[in-house]
Design a protein. Structure first.
Length: 219
């Protein structure tokens, strides 16, 4: 830990992103209490079937303190949450991925949403996961249609219609034979991830795995 980091920790003690209590261990991604009580998804619970992917992995269920933390990350915004979120996502990927990935990428925001928010939450998560696992990270897609937020749509059919045609592969992108991990913050119906994964497959990706912090479970 360098001096600048130590001074920042003294002035602004890191907090648990979920309960917002000060962390006794500043570099920990979660406090001991939340480590025990958060809705962790163990084993096959943390895998979701998504079209055009080999499956989507998520360490947490999207409810309670987890949903509140994601909302703060995206809309307050607290962009520093990408570090503790990325830590548990990287662990989930390491535990579940059956083969080494060639590339980590993300489901991008539209230009309008990026300007409004100031950062792309998916990109920050992807870069944190890539850094922790020593894997290449690069943008492969762009959002070509500004759509309503998926979180405001209840029906799965509406979510799929909203995502359809909203993305495109970046010019010159060649993923021939690559194993790609596609990152987003939350998976609900899988409409956004499916749309993006299908494009990556069309660009030559041999396999696409999804990775999110949380999954919204309808059970």
């Amino acid at each position: 830990m360098n001096l600048a980091t130590m001074l920042l920790d003294l002035l602004f003690p890191p907090k648990c992103p979920y309960c917002q209590k000060i962390l006794a261990e500043p570099r920990a991604p979660v406090c001991p209490r939340c480590q025990k009580t958060l809705p962790w998804l163990l084993g096959r619970e943390g895998e979701r079937r998504v079209d055009f992917t080999e499956g989507c992995f998520s360490p947490l269920a999207y409810r309670g303190l987890v949903s509140e933390a994601v909302q703060r990350y995206k809309f307050r915004p607290v962009r520093a949450y990408c570090v503790p979120f990325g830590a548990v996502m990287a662990q989930s990927l390491q535990d579940r991925l059956p083969e080494r990935a060639d590339l980590i990428t993300w489901c991008p925001l539209s230009r309008e949403r990026l300007h409004e928010r100031g950062f792309d939450q998916g990109e920050l998560l992807a870069r944190e996961v890539g850094k922790r696992l020593s894997l290449p990270v690069a943008g492969t897609l762009r959002k070509v249609k500004h759509t309503d937020p998926q979180s405001g749509l209840e029906e799965e059919s509406a979510r799929r219609a909203n995502a359809r045609g909203a993305y495109a592969v970046l010019p010159g992108m060649d993923l021939e034979g690559h194993i790609v991990v596609l990152v987003d913050d939350v998976v609900t119906s899988g409409a956004t991830m499916s749309e993006c994964a299908g494009l990556l497959r069309m660009a030559g990706a041999a396999k696409v795995y999804g990775l999110t912090l949380a999954q919204a479970r309808r059970d």
